[in-house]
Design a protein around this ligand. Structure first.
Ligand SMILES: *Cc1c(COP(=O)(O)O)cnc(C)c1O
Length: 364
């Protein structure tokens, strides 16, 4: 490999496409004859305005975002959105949350500060190893929205498109952080989608928020910080204050990269092929076992265990020795976790599976 880069299986920040990193490197000291780096550039400059506008236009094209939705680039990670969503969307003060793992639990805890939160479905009974049935939820008439974490990064579950909640006419809000742009998405089904970009798109420090215009309100609690109103960002094209220019620039490059690849259908097919290599091995292995119910498995985050904490630790150490990185599972699940986002090459997964197979044979 040209840059001697490791196959990095981190849950985030995570790998970015190598051609994108190379382009960034080329432009680092002098962006297209501007005489400066994007890092040094005024966010009010024409050059940066074009970077921002292209990023938004490319994302709109990639996802087919309808005209009545705003695209916002907001600083701060996913954790800020746990608060911004209830602060902006609670009108009647009631929200429904589906509890599928660590990140929906955090969203629930934060939302409880702002309103009456009803957990309408949960997979807690089996350590969040599946997606609960959301076809007939008990949603109060006055609920302002129904919230899901569409891919639980730690637990390794994903809502397949046909398992998305039946919200019975209520607004659907989705945290897509760890699956953003991994498959086609019908934006019109949602009121609001948000994603911290450091999992599947670019560098840390920013979230993309896609929100239907009629949900953007100005009649919020007057103590709401100006930065935390979606309206502030919507009215100013995400340039109310200095945005994360660097993240917007890098994400814009990834949006273009995905468009050139053929779009999200192509990306999804690649992700399916890639994940299958790992899941097929896990299903055939006598040493390892995937921790998620087959039909709810994530294409992005793959937790697996030996069933013995000491053995797990030995495997993690061996992967590290072999040049793979960040395969230790989260403490709430244990074992190992391979995050295989869009930018993880198929070769990375093949190499990991080859290694695990050999490890299993040697340690049988
Ligand atoms: C990582 C993650 C978050 C939190 O993101 P931060 O940027 O670290 O605050 C929220 N939701 C999901 C699904 C995540 O994977």
């Amino acid at each position: 490999m040209k840059y001697d880069r490791t196959f990095n299986f981190s849950a985030g920040p995570a790998m970015m496409p190598e051609p994108v990193l190379e382009e960034i490197k080329e432009e680092l000291l002098n962006y297209r004859g501007s005489g400066m780096s994007v890092m040094e550039m005024s966010h009010r400059s024409k050059v940066f305005q074009q970077i921002r506008d292209e990023a938004e236009a490319d994302l709109r094209k990639l996802m087919g975002i309808p005209d009545n939705y705003k695209v916002l680039f907001v600083q701060g990670g996913g954790t800020l959105q746990f608060a911004m969503v209830p602060m902006n969307l609670l009108k009647n003060g009631v929200a429904c949350y589906v509890e599928t793992g660590n990140w929906s639990k955090k969203a629930i805890a934060e939302a409880k500060k702002y309103g009456d939160v009803k957990v309408v479905a949960s997979s807690k009974d089996e350590n969040f190893s599946y997606i609960p049935d959301c076809s007939d939820l008990d949603i109060p008439d006055n609920a302002d929205y129904v919230y899901i974490c569409e891919n639980e990064t730690i637990n390794g579950t994903t809502f397949s498109v046909d398992k998305l909640p039946n919200t019975k006419g209520h607004v659907l809000v989705s945290d897509q952080s760890s699956m953003f742009l991994s498959r086609p998405c019908d934006v019109s089904k949602y009121g609001l989608i948000w994603a911290g970009v450091q999992k599947n798109v670019g560098p840390a420090g920013m979230s993309v928020v896609i929100v239907r215009e009629d949900l953007i309100r100005d009649d919020l609690d007057p103590k709401t910080p100006i930065y935390m109103k979606y309206k502030t960002h919507a009215d100013a094209d995400s340039l109310y204050n200095t945005p994360n220019c660097w993240a917007i620039y890098c994400c814009g490059k990834v949006f273009k990269y995905l468009l050139n690849l053929g779009g999200l259908e192509v990306m999804e097919k690649m992700n399916q092929e890639k994940a299958k290599i790992l899941y097929d091995y896990l299903d055939s292995s006598k040493l390892f076992k995937g921790s998620v119910r087959a039909e709810d498995r994530s294409l992005m985050n793959v937790p697996f265990v030996t069933g013995d904490a000491d053995k797990d630790a030995a495997v993690v150490a061996a992967t590290k020795e072999a040049g793979f990185d960040n395969l230790k599972g989260h403490k709430s699940v244990g074992g190992l976790r391979a995050s295989i986002y869009n930018a993880m090459p198929k070769e990375g997964v093949e190499a990991l599976v080859k290694f695990l197979k050999e490890y299993e044979e040697k340690n049988a």
